[in-house]
Design a protein around this ligand. Structure first.
Ligand code: ARG
Ligand code: GLU
Length: 722
């Protein structure tokens, strides 16, 4: 491999770099588009908006209609009455939360016919950015000369607290200060957060999640991944706790919707809250990700998925029990597989090595910078093996131990018993807590046979992979106690554990007795769960944190050197769940030799994929009829077809789900919801050839609201540009 790379030599490197220069890579800071020179590039790419139309603090701008939705998605405001669109998979848990067997909105969909029918979603809040300010100087105040890391962090944290307090004092706003680019910069972000958010419209799952896990992360795509909510506010248009008296929020800006369509090469812009990327990692880090971390996680998840799938097929009850766990395991399982594929295909490790070599040669006659560079590389070479060591153990904690429900559930008792012993208080004081704890577990929310099978498969993997010296001591002794027979160990634990016996648990609650507590504490399954938990929180996590801090320090230096000396590209801070703009083009791609994908899909594809024996590909009669009769109305493309989804070269990641996708005029043409599988490496290395985001065509959204669900009242609220 090395030889081959050497032979490619300078021209090869040139080719590589020039490819990247053409890239639509980047998640830019909306408040600095002009200052960083990005706006110029956007204009060249076809953008017709001014920087102030995209982001302004003084006048209303697009940013006022971009919403941070729930835990980590994006949504966009599309009416004067606070109506927002996000993804179906972002609204999923809210829809599930409102559903019962009798009123199963997940299955049947939900279409409110008026404001009264809009359903309040507890625990859902949305935030809108009020302003973003560079506070680097203020954050670093009084840190000069402090060499002790802890002391420095304390000063920084104190400064941050002060900044946040100053920014929010006397207002109803909330604020955060976030580090960007490995702490090279800090920005204050002030938000207005609304807590009364109501479900307005959701397609049935067979439309919103059409294609299920098979189609997830894939192109061509045919699901209507959207849900609509409405933001409610007090009568004076301020955030308020839920109240029937609240009224629809009046936004500062409403996004117009274009049904004119798009063509290949058209400018696109995604505006939202991307979660996490790591574009400036060194070759050392990428090597570990592609050759160690991703493969391990994938193989552990594959074991879990196979077992869960088997049980889910056994009954409807089991299917429901594991559906959401299965979906979330499957989502990143598939993503990591795609990521590895891409990183290998494009020789990411070698590419990173070349970048490092290039930087080194640029620094040849700059002794101070070269010294820094050499030190950083040396530090990486020492830090990453340590990181790898602990990360492997952390992965086993996360992907193996925490995937076994019994360990998770029994582990929940650790704090309870610790507190009980510490305060030596009577059980009665704790009884309520314990009762709540137990009510969650009787009957168990997990299925013991499935869980036991997971235990056997994952523990076997642990003992086969992790050497004796690295094993959690208690686990190792247990393993030996059972003659290194995991099956035997599982038989014993699952049969004998007091925690898995309803009778024993009821007895524990019936009369207070220290002896009973002691019996429970000496339960082997309890001691196993306890040792796993203690090991993680007292050994693995602190070590990882410490190493990560050092890595951050070195990454900071590394990135600074690149920014200062390698000026062949514009640098953007890695995604950190803050507001960003990505621009690109509507664009097809060729995932493999001989395979070409078009840039849009149509309703024809839904009929092609239809299989009513498979719920993932179920098409109901009324939708089918609309498609067959081509009752597309004004939502048809110029080609006469109903377009469902399209792909573009915008650089996006998790968190961009639900983000508005704009045309050059700032009109909404779609809602972002996924990426193409072969290009999921873009979290680490964006490649223009293969990295595409997947967008739900807004015309399919409107078609469903109009022709399928007859929600005219919602369409009337929107600004639709013909
Ligand atoms: N892959 C998309 C995103 O990361 C959608 C995930 C939800 N859909 C699913 N089929 N699991 O997160
Ligand atoms: N579906 C992802 C999300 O929930 C977006 C896909 C991606 O990672 O780009 O944010």
């Amino acid at each position: 491999m090395n030889l081959k790379i050497k032979r490619i030599g300078i021209s090869g490197i040139y080719l590589f770099i020039s490819l990247f220069l053409l890239a639509d890579e980047g998640m830019w800071l909306p408040q600095l588009l002009q200052a960083t020179g990005v706006y110029q590039k956007m204009k060249q790419a076809g953008c017709k908006l001014t920087p102030e139309q995209i982001y302004s603090v003084n006048q209303s701008s697009l940013k006022d209609a971009i919403v941070l939705f729930g835990g980590g998605c994006t949504a966009e405001i599309v009416s004067e009455k606070g109506l927002i669109i996000t993804n179906h998979h972002c609204g999923y848990s809210s829809i599930v939360g409102l559903s019962t067997v009798e009123k199963n909105y997940l299955k049947k969909g939900y279409w409110a016919k008026n404001h009264q029918e809009e359903l309040y979603c507890p625990n859902l809040s949305v935030s809108i950015v009020v302003r973003i300010e560079d506070v680097t100087k203020e954050v670093l105040k009084n840190t000069n000369g402090i060499t002790d890391k802890k002391e420095r962090n304390n000063v920084i944290n104190k400064n941050i607290q002060e900044i946040v307090q100053k920014a929010t004092q006397g207002t109803h706003y909330n604020a955060v200060v976030k580090p960007y680019s490995y702490e090279l910069q800090y920005f204050l972000i002030v938000y207005e957060t609304f807590k009364d958010v109501r479900l307005v419209a959701a397609p049935p799952e067979h439309i919103g999640k059409f294609g299920g896990e098979d189609d997830n992360w894939m192109w061509p795509r045919h699901n209507a991944d959207f849900t609509m909510f409405r933001i409610y506010a007090s009568k004076d248009n301020k955030p308020a706790e839920y109240s029937p008296d609240n009224v629809p929020y009046q936004p500062k800006y409403v996004i117009p919707i274009s049904i004119k369509g798009y063509k290949e090469g058209d400018f696109t812009m995604v505006y939202g809250f991307p979660g996490r990327t790591q574009e400036y990692l060194s070759s050392y880090a990428v090597d570990i990700i592609v050759n160690d971390i991703d493969p391990r996680r994938v193989q552990l998840r594959e074991k879990k998925l196979n077992i869960l799938e088997k049980y889910m097929k056994q009954s409807e009850v089991l299917n429901l029990k594991y559906a959401s766990a299965y979906a979330s395991i499957a989502n990143y399982y598939k993503k990591w597989k795609g990521e590895m594929l891409g990183l290998k295909k494009y020789n990411a490790v070698e590419y990173k090595k070349q970048l490092e070599q290039q930087l080194k040669s640029i620094l040849q006659n700059k002794p101070t910078a070269l010294d820094s560079f050499n030190l950083v590389i040396k530090n990486f070479s020492e830090l990453y093996p340590k990181y790898q060591y602990y990360q492997r153990l952390a992965d086993y904690y996360q992907e193996c131990f925490m995937a076994i429900d019994a360990i998770k559930y029994i582990g929940n008792f650790v704090d309870f018993f610790t507190e009980y012993n510490r305060y030596k208080m009577g059980l009665s004081n704790q009884l309520d807590k314990l009762k709540t704890q137990l009510s969650k577990s009787i009957p168990y929310s997990f299925h013991l046979p499935a869980d036991k099978e997971l235990f056997i498969a994952l523990m076997t993997d642990y003992f086969n992979t992790i050497q004796e010296k690295d094993r959690i001591p208690f686990l190792d002794s247990l393993y030996k106690q059972f003659q290194q027979d995991v099956q035997k160990m599982a038989d014993y634990l699952y049969e004998k554990s007091l925690f898995l016996s309803e009778a024993a648990l009821k007895d524990l609650l019936s009369t207070e007795s220290d002896q009973k507590i002691r019996d429970f504490e000496s339960d082997l399954f309890y001691r196993l769960a306890q040792s796993v938990k203690l090991n993680f929180y007292s050994q693995i996590l602190p070590n990882i944190k410490e190493i990560e801090e050092s890595i951050t320090d070195n990454q900071k230096m590394f990135l600074k050197l690149m920014m200062d000396y390698k000026k062949d590209k514009l640098y953007y801070p890695d995604a950190n769940s803050t507001l960003r703009v990505a621009f690109g083009k509507v664009k097809k791609y060729e995932p493999r030799d001989g395979v070409r994908y078009n840039y849009f899909t149509t309703s024809k594809g839904i009929l092609e994929k239809q299989n009513n024996n498979n719920e993932d590909y179920y098409v109901d009669d009324s939708l089918r009829t609309l498609f067959i009769k081509k009752e597309f109305g004004r939502y048809a493309d110029k080609d006469g077809e109903l377009h469902i989804a399209f792909i573009a070269s915008n650089h996006t990641t998790g968190g961009n789900s639900g983000s508005p996708v704009f045309n050059a005029n700032g009109e909404l043409i779609g809602t972002n919801f996924d990426r193409c599988w072969e290009g999921t490496m873009s979290d680490i290395m964006y490649h223009p050839e293969i990295c595409r985001n997947i967008v739900l065509d807004v015309r399919y959204t409107l078609f469903l609201l109009d022709k399928y669900a007859h929600c005219d009242w919602l369409l009337k609220e929107m600004k639709i540009v013909q």
